[in-house]
Design a protein around this ligand. Structure first.
Ligand code: NAD
Length: 457
């Protein structure tokens, strides 16, 4: 089907009210889960093909995230779909007040290449559970995973219900030009702004899951060894191509040398002497991104790494020493295995570095000092964060995941995904057994009684 035809078919399907049935939604998710489980090895093969991800990483950060989300939604969708009671206002006496979740209707999801399986399906599960139809446009750069997604979705759903549209930015633009009831986008802030503009033409609500320059502060009270280990894990997972990875380190000058030494030790522990040969270290997605990352390294003082191989899209984990604020590497989000190490002495220096950027998606602080921890959490605005680790805010689906300001609008995961894709109708149910006359004309001298009553509330 052509894009417009597919869009119309999904509109008609939603109007048929088939997706309103909770049983229909849950059975759709059960089918999806079965097919994904059947294709588990194909998921790993596609992720290996696109990003050189090993099976362990693919399981932990992609496959299992989706299976866990499906299990939760299969179990909870019925409960989450029920109306919820809220307390009534005395002014409406007698009455009951309820919130009724209803699907928005026709949803468009656009996803990126870095966690191409998980970031496409996690929002899709929420949208389907909430009773919407979905067109998914995965990234054109993670070609193997995007093709696999198409096969899986075609086997699990009728295309009027859920469908995958492959293609590049032009296809994405054709899609965003249409009228949707909800758009969910994960990607760069630049594209996010374009999507917001398109959505505004139809007053379409959006979730924008974007990126930013995530600071990672290491206070002088931090436990150095475990800090180094956790930073190496978080930064070099997926070769740094993670939206919530630490982008740059701000380390107290008194422990900088120790920390850098320990990071180097940990790199060796993780990936061995020759990192290029490690089966656990992924690759850069494509040539253009590889070139961009090399431009960030050029001319900088390198503490470790810097070596690379274009043929296999390999860039070694690279630490850069004290880059200046106007250097290429400190200009935008890095999104690769390059970690700037910047020393600080005062809290004012931290404020000046962190606040010279837009509000980030993630922020991290390693410290053993609870006062400093409180100061950090309350002083800065960011989407989400962790004290004494990084990335792991993502694991707890009771914490809504999303950005703020330039790093995004809205949030999702677990129940929050269901809420994201539902409109909650607020309804007051009034009783008729008594009808207090106070609000009706003629008002004569009722005002003084109304004022008295209001002052008591
Ligand atoms: P991108 O914005 O270049 O592309 C994302 C998607 O948008 C792709 O499917 C692409 O085809 C589509 N697209 C491109 N131009 C478009 C247009 N004009 N209109 C509509 N759609 C268009 O992002 P990317 O390079 O795939 O991913 C990297 C970015 O994503 C980073 O900034 C990263 O921080 C961010 N990201 C955020 C999260 C999050 O959860 N917040 C997760 C992963 C990545």
């Amino acid at each position: 089907m052509q894009i417009k035809e597919l869009h119309q078919a999904q509109i008609n399907f939603f109007k048929s009210r088939t997706t309103i049935g909770i049983k229909y939604r849950v059975e759709s998710l059960q089918r999806l889960k079965k097919i994904i489980e059947k294709r588990e090895q194909d998921v790993y093969a596609a992720l290996e093909n696109d990003l050189g991800k090993c099976e362990f990483e693919a399981f932990l950060t992609e496959y299992n995230v989706i299976i866990a989300e499906l299990k939760k939604f299969i179990y909870r969708t019925k409960k989450w779909s029920q109306p919820t009671k809220v307390s009534s206002s005395i002014l409406n006496f007698p009455s009951k007040a309820r919130r009724y979740p209803e699907p928005y209707g026709n949803v468009l999801i656009i996803s990126p290449w870095n966690y191409p399986f998980q970031l496409a399906l996690a929002p899709l599960i929420g949208a389907v559970a909430a009773g919407n139809t979905v067109v998914l446009k995965p990234s054109e750069f993670s070609t193997a995973t995007s093709s696999l997604l198409k096969e899986i979705i075609e086997e699990a759903f009728d295309q009027e219900h859920v469908s995958v549209q492959l293609g590049d930015a032009q296809v994405a633009q054709e899609l965003t030009a249409l009228s949707w009831d909800y758009i969910f986008f994960t990607g760069s802030p630049g594209v996010g702004k374009k999507i917001y503009q398109e959505a505004a033409k139809h007053l379409t609500p959006v979730t924008l899951e974007l990126g930013g320059k995530n600071p990672c502060v290491v206070h002088e009270s931090a436990a150095i060894k475990v800090t180094a280990k956790r930073i190496v894990w978080a930064k070099f997972l997926n070769a740094g191509q993670t939206c919530i990875a630490p982008d740059y380190l701000l380390v107290h000058h008194s422990i900088k040398e120790q920390l850098v030494t320990e990071i180097k030790n940990q790199l060796q522990e993780f990936f061995g002497e020759d990192i290029k040969k490690s089966p656990d270290y992924p690759r850069i997605i494509r040539d253009a991104h590889f070139d961009l990352l090399l431009e960030m390294i050029a001319g900088e003082s390198i503490l470790t790494g810097g070596n690379h191989d274009k043929a296999s899209l390999y860039i070694a984990p690279t630490l850069i020493n004290e880059p200046s604020r106007d250097s290429k590497v400190m200009e935008n989000e890095i999104f690769g295995p390059i970690l700037p190490v910047i020393s600080y002495t005062t809290e004012q220096e931290l404020e000046s570095w962190i606040e010279s950027y837009e509000k980030p998606l993630g922020a991290y602080c390693f410290t053993g000092d609870s006062k400093f921890e409180d100061w950090f959490v309350q002083r800065f605005s960011f989407g989400g964060g962790v004290i004494n680790d990084s990335i792991v805010q993502f694991i707890n689906d009771r914490l809504p995941f999303g950005g703020v300001g330039n790093s995004g609008i809205g949030s999702y995961h677990g129940k929050h995904s269901f809420e994201t894709f539902s409109h909650y109708k607020s309804v007051v149910h009034r009783g008729t057994w008594i009808d207090l006359p106070v609000k009706y004309a003629p008002y004569s001298n009722k005002l003084k009684w109304v004022k008295k009553l209001m002052s008591k509330l």
